[in-house]
Design a binder for this molecule. Structure first.
Ligand code: ATP
Length: 138
């Protein structure tokens, strides 16, 4: 039985990861899920947060926001709306995005403005968390 699984992570713009890995953990809309080789097939929508994969026992982290994951016994395909490897995340940009989102939340006039500001706040916070988690795991 194979002890690795093919992992492809793409966004509309680019291929972010294409590797044979030992494990993929991802933020599904209904909570985290983990995939080992020979997993039963399933589909999941992605939420916003940190995805990680293991190669040689080492974890690599990627921020993802929205999209889908398709799992088959020998392959994990993630089609993410937005994805950045931990080392690509501009933390200063995320901190500024967080400050803007907090102000917009306070000033929101209706539910749509509130929901947009809240989504921007979650993205910014999860980007910072992904960077921190990746640096702590080294
Ligand atoms: P911002 O307000 O800083 O643009 P955002 O959450 O609105 O943040 P998104 O709409 O999620 O940004 O992403 C737009 C593009 O910018 C995507 O290609 C995404 O990968 C990139 N991006 C956004 N924020 C960052 C960041 N802090 N570091 C690296 N890339 C980022």
């Amino acid at each position: 039985m194979a002890n690795t699984i093919k992992f492809e992570l793409v966004t509309p713009d680019r291929s972010v990861v294409s590797e044979d890995v030992e494990y993929v953990g991802a933020p599904g809309v209904n909570g985290e899920f983990g995939v080992l080789p020979n997993h039963i097939p399933f589909l999941s929508a992605l939420g916003v947060g940190s995805l990680y994969f293991k190669t040689g026992g080492r974890r690599s982290y990627v921020f993802v926001a929205g999209g889908f994951a398709e799992i088959s016994p020998d392959k994990v395909t993630v089609l993410a709306e937005v994805a950045e490897k931990a080392e690509e995340i501009d933390v200063e940009r995320a901190r500024k995005a967080r400050e803007r989102a907090e102000k917009r939340l306070q000033q929101a006039q209706d539910r749509v403005e509130y929901a947009r500001a809240r989504a921007a706040l979650v993205r910014a916070m999860q980007r910072v968390t992904t960077r921190e988690t990746a640096s702590q795991s080294r």
